[in-house]
Design a protein around this ligand. Structure first.
Ligand code: FPP
Length: 254
């Protein structure tokens, strides 16, 4: 008779290698303190720094954060420019450390519509950390939308077909993966959203197909090592089946 599944096993389930975070709740954090929203976003940058510092020690190899969505352009012009300014501030105050500490920075999303100074910052961040390829990967989704990225990938393949270099039937899921802006990162294991909101908001729609989702009540500016460890603990307790049978059943069946 096969042994009964032992969920209390001392061997810990593996943690996620690639974690994506929807950093939500900056505005509510500021409002609760009677502060302008901009200060909530500034505190959000500090939370991002803490989280990036903590991630490698928790076994994470790639962190993808949602910095600015294609929908965020609908916010008041003042707030849009503040969010752009914060990316600048983050790069200006942290790029040297990231480069030194083995972090590779990659910006995901469309460059179209970004002001020249932000484009310059984005290029500088990628160039200054390119030598860290193979180390910890920080992907900042900026002017990013999951649907837009899927449409862009479809367009790219259509052009390849039009040029006669491929036939429509050549495309499979792995090939489509390679056309997305996330192609260079590892597969996504875990999506975290803070502030108690329970939706993906157009973030990594294709990539999240089999990711675990963890929703935490904490507002983003309060985030850091402890909250990330708690999200990872929740992930470890999940049984990822990818549409198959439970992992311990598969092991028992050989
Ligand atoms: C959601 O809070 C957060 C954002 C729209 C942007 C996240 C940006 C940062 C954390 C700033 C730093 C980013 C980078 C890439 C350096 P919200 O304003 O929607 O909060 P609310 O739902 O409480 O109003």
């Amino acid at each position: 008779m096969p042994p009964a599944a032992d969920h209390s096993s001392a061997v810990q389930a593996p943690g996620p290698k690639h974690v994506a975070i929807i950093m939500d709740g900056n505005g509510r954090w500021a409002k609760a303190r009677g502060m302008p929203r901009a200060l909530g976003h500034r505190a959000g940058v500090q939370a991002l720094k803490r989280t990036v510092e903590a991630a490698p020690g928790l076994g994470v190899e790639c962190l993808t954060v949602f910095g600015f969505s294609t929908e965020n352009w609908r916010r008041p012009a003042q707030e849009v420019s503040e969010l752009m300014g914060l990316v600048k501030l983050y790069v200006q105050t942290d790029l040297a450390r990231l480069a030194r500490e083995g972090v590779q920075v990659r910006i995901l999303g469309s460059r179209q519509g970004l002001p020249p100074d932000i484009l310059e910052i984005v290029d500088r961040a990628e160039a200054a950390t390119a030598h860290n390829a193979g180390g910890f990967l920080l992907q900042v989704a900026f002017n990013y939308g999951g649907r837009a990225d899927i449409v862009e990938a479809a367009r790219r393949f259509a052009h390849v077909v039009q040029s006669g270099q491929a036939r429509p039937d050549d495309l499979d899921e792995a090939g489509f993966d390679r056309l997305l802006c996330t192609a260079k990162g590892p597969p996504l294991d875990l999506v975290v959203r803070t502030s108690g909101e329970v939706r993906l908001s157009n973030f990594l729609l294709w990539e999240a197909a089999y990711a675990e989702l963890v929703f935490q009540e904490i507002l983003w500016p309060d985030y850091g090592a402890e909250a990330l460890a708690e999200a990872i603990e929740q992930y470890r307790r999940r049984d990822r089946r990818f549409g198959g049978v439970e992992s311990h059943d598969a092991v028992a069946a050989g």
